[in-house]
Structures are given as C-alpha cells and as structure tokens.
Design a protein around this ligand. Structure first.
Ligand SMILES: [Zn+2]
Ligand SMILES: [Zn+2]
Length: 114
C-alpha cells in the first residue's frame, strides 16, 4: 500500500510513517534528541527543537511512535500533535481526527503558543 511520508510528503511503500531517506535522516536526529532529553529531562518540545536543531514535527513523530516522552512543566503533551493536554494520550482535536480517520496534517496544527 502506498502512503505519504509524514515528514516530506513523498509517496512510499515501506512500513512505518516515513520514506527511507527521511528515516535515515531521522536516525541521526533521534540520537541527538534522545541525548538532549536525557540531559534536559524537563525540556519542552520547543526547547528540544531549539537545542537539537530538529524540527518540531519530527520530534512529534518520535512522540507518536512512543520513542520519546516530552513532559513540559509537568504537563502531558498530545502523543499525536504535541499540543499540551490535561491528560493523554491525545488532545481533543486528534481524538476527533482518529475517530473520523483523518490524517495528521501539519498545516492544521494549532499555532505555537509562547
Ligand atoms: Zn520522506
Ligand atoms: Zn493532538
């Protein structure tokens, strides 16, 4: 079955969320992100992105895949889009998306709150 890569949008046929080229890139990033989150256990998604140079959607992908946990000041983040939620695993809009089978669209992510 053909799918769109969650990172670059290219069509690919392998298992998982990503095409092979993004997968290779991510494995390098993942090491950095994991080391950073070990060294900074309270870092938020934004701080990890700034500290590692990885994009937030990429870090969110790790969250979705259960490879990484990001806890922001004791708050839980949505395992799908990274929005802060009171309890997990998903925020209300992602819960709706999942129920209705809608894919996660980066362009519809809520704007970042500072
Ligand atoms: Zn890709
Ligand atoms: Zn969400």
């Amino acid at each position: 079955m053909l799918k769109n890569c969650a990172e670059c949008g290219n069509v690919f046929a392998e298992e998982g969320d990503l095409c092979l080229s993004c997968l290779a890139l991510m494995q390098g990033d993942f090491q950095k992100i994991r080391e950073f989150s070990f060294a900074n256990p309270n870092a938020s998604l934004q701080q990890i992105a700034a500290g590692t140079g990885a994009s937030e959607p990429r870090i969110i992908l790790y969250l979705r895949q259960g490879k990484l946990r990001v806890v922001s000041q004791g708050k839980v983040v949505c395992a799908r889009c990274g929005t802060e939620v009171l309890r997990g695993p998903y925020c209300r809009s992602c819960e709706l998306d999942i129920k209705e089978g809608r894919p996660l669209n980066k362009k519809t992510l809520p704007p970042r709150r500072n």
